[in-house]
Design a binder for this molecule. Structure first.
Ligand code: MN3
Length: 243
């Protein structure tokens, strides 16, 4: 067979495949455009489950409106930049330099916000228990024990000027540290992982606590689900923790 006729055959075959696949592809793309690749997961517990420490109204507004706004923004970015949804969130945030400059700040804010809040809902819950095992040992060795850890964490959260987060990070060496970030920045942006974190934006507490951020920081410990935090610690050390 001449190379010309072989090329004609290949073109014909490709054309056939494309024609057969087209209707299904178009349908999938239309469904994708309506919803977008990023989704808001429902809370794993009722909105009033963290009362009296965090009230149901705050949870509803925070989850259904604030977190949803980050998802909506991300889906808008993904319309022209579908590559944003093709990698794990942690990978995109860990390499923001690869995101087109025109949308980089927007992606940093909305994907950072999506990651932070996804973590936040996960690490809270009713009947959260206490830290155990390897997690408790790391809190003792890296953070000076539970009491010092909580005092230092609350103090760091109190020092965040304006909007931001206070985290316990897991470094590449597996060590824990208390760190804060402004806005919706996340430790994944510099190669670490958030073990847990508290949102100190005013929307997280203002309905119930107004200007009393210190009271919110103190009460928040009653909402932490230590079983989930322990699982996140194991995953972070194994390199399998995404957000
Ligand atoms: Mn928030």
């Amino acid at each position: 067979m001449s190379s010309l006729s072989r090329r004609r055959l290949m073109v014909a075959a490709t054309g056939l495949v494309a024609t057969a696949a087209a209707p299904r592809l178009l349908f999938a793309q239309a469904a994708m455009a309506a919803a977008g690749p990023f989704k808001l997961e429902p809370l794993a517990y009722p909105a009033n489950a963290l009362e009296p420490h965090i009230d149901a109204k705050t949870m509803e507004i925070h989850h259904d409106r604030h977190h949803q706004a980050f998802i909506t923004n991300l889906n808008n970015f993904a319309k022209d930049n579908p590559q944003l949804a093709e990698k794990p969130v942690g990978e995109v945030l860990g390499n923001l330099g690869a995101v087109p400059e025109a949308i980089r700040t927007g992606v940093r804010n909305s994907m950072g916000g999506h990651a932070n809040h996804t973590m936040f809902w996960q690490i809270m819950g009713p009947n959260g228990g206490k830290p155990e095992g390897a997690l408790l040992a790391a809190i003792d060795s890296d953070l000076g024990g539970m009491e010092k850890f909580q005092t230092d964490f609350n103090a760091a959260g109190g020092r965040v000027f304006g909007s931001g987060w206070v985290f316990v990070t897991v470094g590449k060496d597996g060590k824990l540290a208390i760190e804060t970030r402004p806005n919706q920045d996340n430790p994944m942006m510099d190669g670490k992982r958030a073990l847990l974190g508290n949102d100190v934006w005013e929307h997280a507490y203002y309905l119930n606590y107004q200007n009393r951020r210190a009271d919110y920081l103190k009460a928040w410990w009653n909402t932490v689900n230590w079983k989930v935090v322990g699982e996140r610690f194991t995953a972070a050390k194994a390199g399998t923790l995404d957000v």
